[in-house]
Write a protein that binds this ligand. Sequence first.
Ligand SMILES: CC(C)(COP(=O)(O)OP(=O)(O)OC[C@H]1O[C@@H](n2cnc3c(N)ncnc32)[C@H](O)[C@@H]1OP(=O)(O)O)[C@@H](O)C(=O)NCCC(=O)NCCS
Length: 150
Amino acid sequence: MPLAVRRIAHATPDYDTMVALRRAILRTPLGLDFTADQLTAEAGDVHLAAFAGDELIGTVVLTPYKEATFKLRQMAVADSHRGRAVGTQLLMAAEHTARGEGATRILLAARVTARDFYARHGYEVEGEAYIEVTLPHVTMSKVLKSSDAA
Ligand SMILES: CC(C)(COP(=O)(O)OP(=O)(O)OC[C@H]1O[C@@H](n2cnc3c(N)ncnc32)[C@H](O)[C@@H]1OP(=O)(O)O)[C@@H](O)C(=O)NCCC(=O)NCCS
């Protein structure tokens, strides 16, 4: 099934499907959920979704931060589609989109379990591990090359 990564507008049916996948992978297993305020605050974010045919199988969100930096959040791939480079393609699409929006750097809070995934794609750890949403995380960042531009 060919993979496509598309930009999704906030508060649309596809956005709701993204939130459902994010919730199932990143929040429900921790006994947590998004608040209405958190989702409302995402109106200015860039939402990218991976599709296998009509099925939405992966998500990533970019939040404008500061000094030409985007925060990359909510990277999640449906269990049954992992290990087939969907995450890699979402990450590349996010970097391409961020560069196209004028960003030169991406910052993220990586679950320690996903640290090697980001490291393989050029992200470097900054500082010590800390706890977020009950799990150990590390801050990671990457300077984007101009060849990543849209
Ligand atoms: C982290 C996550 C997004 C990665 O998504 P993914 O689609 O599995 O990522 P990729 O397939 O691009 O790469 C992951 C692995 O598959 C391998 N891989 C890449 N392309 C592959 C291919 N064509 N065939 C087989 N394996 C492949 C990679 O070497 C990598 O190996 P690793 O497991 O040692 O890291 C996914 O595992 C996930 O959703 N995890 C749960 C939520 C989470 O932790 N999110 C990150 C929060 S910071």
